[in-house]
Design a protein around this ligand. Structure first.
Ligand SMILES: [Zn+2]
Length: 216
């Protein structure tokens, strides 16, 4: 399944970014743990048996870790790592590991992101590109929005000549339940600027990220 997100969706930026902010939590850790305990009882389990005694706490902590991107911001993450540079060739970071959680089932989305941009006077530290992907991945997500958020972040930060983001991922909610389709990959893309306007530039990017033999 391939979903292409055209730049026309730029007008949705407002709602995309508003989804990335979260208010202060309204519940305590104890209330969260109580909710996990309730889930366990609902599943027919005995939350007081030895193996499950600490499960509410572990689940609460794991979920907080997996969604810690809500508490990170681009400003903090970049820490000034945007530099003036006259380079104008494509910069590509491929095969960035993505560990996200789907917002419909809170089950893992596992995959890779490939991110490219063509500078227009500014560049960013390469490791920061992976950190931007991680910040948005560590939230409850749909893959389409994750892809857009990465593209929009780079577009906003660098005002480059173009940005291209492709995310390939497998969704555990599809693999383990529902249609139970192991091996199904969802591919989403967001193209901005020259990657959207110039088929040759887009083609160059797509060739560079083409799968190697040991990637399925
Ligand atoms: Zn899901």
């Amino acid at each position: 399944m391939t979903l292409s997100i055209s730049p026309v969706l730029n007008s949705a930026n407002q709602s995309v970014s508003s989804l990335s902010t979260q208010q202060q939590p309204q519940v305590t850790d104890a209330e969260m743990m109580q909710a996990v305990r309730t889930l366990l009882i609902g599943l027919g389990e005995n939350p007081d048996r030895e193996g499950l005694k600490d499960t509410p706490k572990r689940v609460m902590k794991a979920l907080k870790f997996l969604t810690k991107g809500y508490h990170e911001s681009l400003d903090e993450l970049l820490n000034g790592a945007v530099f003036t540079e006259s380079a104008d060739e494509m910069v590509l970071v491929r095969d960035i590991d993505i560990f996200s959680s789907c917002e419909h089932h809170i089950l893992p989305i596992i995959g890779r992101a490939h991110v490219a941009y063509i500078p227009n006077g500014k560049v960013i530290g390469l490791s920061k590109i992976a950190r931007i992907c991680e910040m948005y991945a560590r939230r409850l997500q749909v893959q389409e929005r994750l892809t857009l958020q990465i593209a929009d972040a780079l577009q906003g930060l660098l005002k480059p000549k173009g940005v291209a983001v492709v995310v390939e991922a497998t969704h555990m909610c599809m693999v383990m339940r529902g249609i139970q389709k192991p091996g199904s990959w969802t591919v989403t893309s967001a193209m901005r600027g020259v990657f959207s306007d110039d088929p040759r530039t887009r083609e160059e990017f797509m060739n560079l990220i083409r799968h190697n033999a040991n990637f399925h």
